[in-house]
Design a binder for this molecule. Structure first.
Ligand code: NAP
Length: 242
C-alpha cells in the first residue's frame, strides 16, 4: 500500500486507540507521520516509524508552534487528523461548567485551533486534506455524554463551513463519525450507558474500520470529496432487542 508516499500527515490524539490506529495505517500506506497528544513523547504508545510531538490543543499558540515545527522538520504538511476527546460522562444536571468547557475545548475548539494552524502551510504548498473525528452523538445525542454530542454536532458543521472556506485553496475538509469501536473509550461509554452494543451490522466495529476511511479521505483517491461526513457505525446503533 503506497497511496500516501511522500505525504506528511499529522495525527493529533495518537495516544488514543483510534488515533494510534490511524497513525499506524498512514505509516503502512507510506506516509511520513507526526503523532501527537499532550504527552505522547514520554507516555504514549511506541508507534514505530512515527515522529512524536507533544501538543496541547487547548492552546492556539501551541497548535501554531507544533504546525510550524512539523514543516521545519519535514518540509511540508499535507494532512491533519484530529481525534482529541476527553472521557467525561454524566447526567446533564451533574456536569459542571468545567466539564463542558473541557470537552468543547478539547474536541470542537481543538479542531478549530489545529485547522487554523495548518491551513496557511497547506495553502502555501498547493493544498491538503483535513479529517476531523466526530461521532454518532452529533446527530443523535447521547444523554450520558451531552457535551461530547454537542461537540460532535459542532465539528460536523465546522467541517462543512471549512470545506467551503478553503476549497479555493484546494484544502479538503471531511468528517469521519465513528459509532461504537472496540477501545478503552467504548469500555468507558459502556459503563456510562450500559454494556450492550447492538448495531445494524452486529456489535462494535474495529479501529481499522475507522482508519481505512480516514486514510481514504486523506488520499488523492478522494480528491473531489470535501464537506462529507462518513459514518463508520455499523449501520447505526439499535436499541437492545427485547
Ligand atoms: N472509541 C469509540 O467507540 C468512539 C465512538 C464514537 C466516537 N469516537 C470518537 O473518535 C475519536 C477518538 O476516540 P478514541 O477512542 O481514540 O479516544 P481516546 O482513546 O480517549 O483518545 C483521545 C486522545 O485525545 C488526546 N487528548 C485529550 N486532550 C488533549 C489535548 N488537550 N491536547 C492534545 N491531545 C489531547 C489524548 O491524549 P493525551 O491524554 O495523551 O493528551 C488521546 O490521545 C474521538 O473524537 C471520539 O469521540 C470514538
Amino acid at each position: 500500500m503506497t497511496k500516501l508516499v511522500g505525504k506528511v500527515m499529522w495525527v493529533v490524539g495518537a495516544s488514543g486507540a483510534i488515533g494510534e490506529g490511524i497513525a499506524r495505517q498512514l505509516l503502512d500506506q507510506g506516509a511520513t507521520v507526526v503523532a501527537s497528544s499532550r504527552s505522547i513523547e514520554t507516555k504514549g504508545p511506541a508507534i514505530e516509524g512515527a515522529d512524536l510531538l507533544n501538543v496541547d490543543v487547548s492552546s492556539m499558540e501551541a497548535a501554531i508552534a507544533a504546525a510550524d515545527e512539523i514543516v521545519r522538520r519535514h518540509g511540508r504538511l499535507d494532512g491533519l487528523v484530529v481525534t482529541t476527546t476527553l472521557p467525561i460522562f454524566g447526567d446533564f444536571l451533574d456536569l459542571t461548567d468545567e466539564d463542558w468547557g473541557a470537552v468543547l475545548g478539547t474536541k470542537l475548539m481543538g479542531s478549530v485551533r489545529l485547522t487554523r494552524a495548518v491551513v496557511p502551510h497547506m495553502a502555501q504548498s498547493g493544498g491538503g486534506s483535513v479529517v476531523l473525528l466526530s461521532g454518532g452523538g452529533g446527530k443523535n445525542p447521547s444523554l450520558r455524554h451531552l457535551p461530547g454530542s454537542v461537540a460532535n454536532a459542532g465539528v460536523n458543521l465546522l467541517a462543512q463551513g471549512l470545506a467551503k472556506r478553503f476549497g479555493p485553496d484546494k484544502i479538503r475538509v471531511n468528517v469521519v463519525a465513528p459509532g461504537p469501536i472496540e477501545s478503552p473509550r467504548l469500555e468507558a461509554i459502556k459503563k456510562a450507558k450500559g454494556p450492550s452494543v447492538f448495531t445494524a451490522l452486529g456489535g462494535a466495529g474495529q479501529v481499522e474500520d475507522v482508519s481505512e476511511a480516514v486514510a481514504f479521505l486523506l488520499s488523492e483517491k478522494a480528491k473531489y470529496i470535501s464537506g462529507a461526513n462518513i459514518s463508520v457505525d455499523g449501520g447505526g446503533r439499535l436499541a437492545d432487542p427485547a
